[in-house]
Each structure stands twice: as C-alpha cells, then as structure tokens.
Design a protein around this ligand. Sequence first.
Ligand code: C2E
Ligand code: MG
Ligand code: MG
Length: 402
Amino acid sequence: RTQRPVALLFIDLDHFKEINDTLGHATGDLLLKQVGKRLASYVRASDTVTRLGGDEFTITLAELHDIDTVTDVAQKILEDLSHPFELDDEVAYISASIGITLYPQDAASVGELLRNADQAMYESKGLGRNRFCYFTRSMQDAAQARMAISNDLRRAMGNEQLTVFYQPIVELGAGCIVKAEALLRWRHPENGEISPVDFIPIAEHTGMIVGIGNWVFQQALSQAGAWRSTHPDFSVSVNVSPVQFYRSNEAYYREWLSDCESIGRTPGAGPAVSIEITESLMMTSDETVMDKLTAFQNAGIKISLDDFGTGYSSLSYLRKFHLDYLKIDQSFVHNLEQDPANRALCEAIIVMAHKLGLKVIAEGIETPGQRDMLAGAGCDFGQGYLFSPPVGAEEFERMLRS
Ligand code: C2E
Ligand code: MG
Ligand code: MG
C-alpha cells in the first residue's frame, strides 16, 4: 500500500528442546509466551509479530525507510533475548538464530519470502547460532543444490548407487586387523562420487537417514557374519546418526527396541557389530535416547564415541553412560609428530579413557611415526590411510585373509 520495502525476519530459538527436556513443557510454554512479549515490544503498530509454531517466530517490518533499521532490530532482538527469563521458580537463558529477507529485492511472493528467510535462518544456525543472516542468492543456489542431492538420493538406494566400504581397524600391539568401520559411498550416475560429508547432512535433514542407516546396519551385520566364519572375533562398526535416535514417535521407538531384542537373541549377532555415536548425542537429557543406547548394549552391541575431542567435550556424560570405545579425532592425530600440544592431548585422552575402562581407537593415522607414538602412549587400536583407505567388501576380504 505504501510502496515501501518490507523485511521478513524468521526467528528460531536455539536449543529450545533442551529447555523442554530439562524444565518441562509447562515451563517451555511460559518461555515461549515471554519471548513473544519481548519480540512484540520492539516493533511498531505497522509491524507484525507471529508465532509460526514450536519455537519459530516471524516479524514483518513494514513501511521501511531504511534497511539499516532491519539490522538494528535484529541486533536488539539478540541482545534482549540474552537477558535471563524468569519462569516461576526457574531462570532460563536462551538465544535465537535469525534469517532476514527483503521485499521486493529478494522475492515477490509470500511463500518465496518465507522460504528465503528460513534458509537464511539455517545459515545462522550453521555459523554457530545466536546471530542473524541476510538471505543471499548463493544461499538459494546452495539450497537448490541440496534439493537436487536430496531428490537424487531418494532414487539412489533403489538403483544400487549406494555401497558400503570398509576401513580396517588395527590392533596396534599385534599389528593385525580386528575390526572394520562401515562407511557409505555414493556413486552418482552423472556427478561421480559424492562424499558422505555432503550427503549425510541432507539425508538427516529429510529423515532419509533412517532408511539408509538401517540398510547400512543390515549390510554390516551380514558382512561381519560372513567374515566371522574365518575370524571369530571380528566386528564391523556402523555410524549411527543422532537423527536416528531423536525420532521420537512411539511406534518407531517400540520397533527399535524389538529390533535390538531380536539381535540380542541371535547368537553372535551382537558382538558382530558395534555402533559409533557422537558427543552431541551424549549431551541430551532425553530419556528415550538413553533407552535406545541401553537397548543396543543389552543386545550385546558395543558403543564407540566418534570424533572425540571436537564437540563439547564436557566429559560429565562419560560418567552417565558406560561406553566401550573412544575414538580420538583425526585432527589430534594429524600433527602429532610436529605439535607437542596434540601429543599431550592424545596421551591424556588415552590415560583418562583407560582409567574409565574404555578402549581407545585413534583415527586418521597416516604415518609410521604417528602409529608408533600412539602405540607408545598405550593406544589400543588405530585406523587410517597408513593401514588402508576404506575399500569395497571383496577387497577388504582379501586384505583380511592376507
Ligand atoms: P567418521 O565416522 O569420523 O569416519 C572417518 C572418516 O575419516 C572417513 O571419511 C574416512 O574415510 C576418513 N579417513 C580414514 N582414515 C583417514 C586418514 O588416514 N586420513 C584422512 N584424512 N581421513 C581418513 P568418509 O568416509 O568421507 O566419511 C565421513 C563421515 O561421514 C564419517 O566420519 C561419518 O561421520 C559420516 N558417515 C559415513 N558413513 C556413514 C553412515 O553409514 N551413516 C552415518 N550416519 N554417517 C556416515
Ligand atoms: Mg565413524
Ligand atoms: Mg570419526
């Protein structure tokens, strides 16, 4: 009506789920109400604040005279939300990730504007949360590329473009292969090899990881079974995404527990596979996650903590749940020979893990020097290009035999 630009801010609270999990849903509701009030207090009568659902809000700034106003408002929101919220007897802290898009510059339709703002919000999350980002063309290009990958991935499984590779895990003392890590490979018909680093996050975002993950698990289980006929103690470890744990619907949860039970009843099936989880999963106070981990352990499946040292490293969770293996992240192993600090960290991690009754696997060993230092520090197992890159099942079998 006024022929002036409009800004749309998409606001998503950071880690709101944790507030719900720790303080309860009633307190979560109180927090949402107070956030709504604070948001409404920044804007003028011509602007609109809405709650889209869950912990998502939007602000529409109409009749803009000056784009700088938008930046000011976004900054003010982040600043004000950083003050504590008093909720009955509790005090809660929260931050938000904000995505901003402009009309008419970025798009002309409401649907497109909302999509843009949502993409920009994801960018904020990706950059570490508690910040705002403006929508850009390149975000849209990236979103389109993700969409293409997601469409192609849907077809990839039926068309046998996905395979599982196996990378040996070596006992450093004896120097022989005792385990393998299962790693997904995707050969795209036009674009060639696509790295799991690029497609796993998309599979997680769309929920496809659940089907794919189950398939990898089955592959690993049957492959390990075959290899155990000649190597009775052999096992294959499978990466399990946090998304597979967080799917919270009741039917899925029951199915999971009954799958684990049937693994537990099949002789040798449990010890044939182990799973790798990440630190972020251990940080949750979600009880169904802990139940699912326990179901794995009851089925005889060992649990490794992957990429140790790169996440929160808040250590207290090591007491909460008994893990079997700790995998030192390759970033510590990489500079081991040059960097005394990395060496000290590796040694300390190994001592700590052993005192807690965990075995240690070092990832990304590329040189004999790194191997020797780790073995000298008492590290139990090693994995890396020095021994072998991940290879197909047939080649792995040849390696295992020799
Ligand atoms: P990850 O679980 O930490 O796996 C180890 C990664 O390090 C693998 O990358 C492996 O190829 C690579 N690597 C092994 N040795 C060396 C070395 O000596 N030097 C260097 N520079 N790299 C080494 P990859 O296969 O690209 O997989 C990347 C990540 O994708 C994995 O990290 C894992 O988080 C994820 N991923 C792979 N397969 C699956 C899967 O089936 N399910 C899930 N949820 N995630 C998977
Ligand atoms: Mg792994
Ligand atoms: Mg790792």
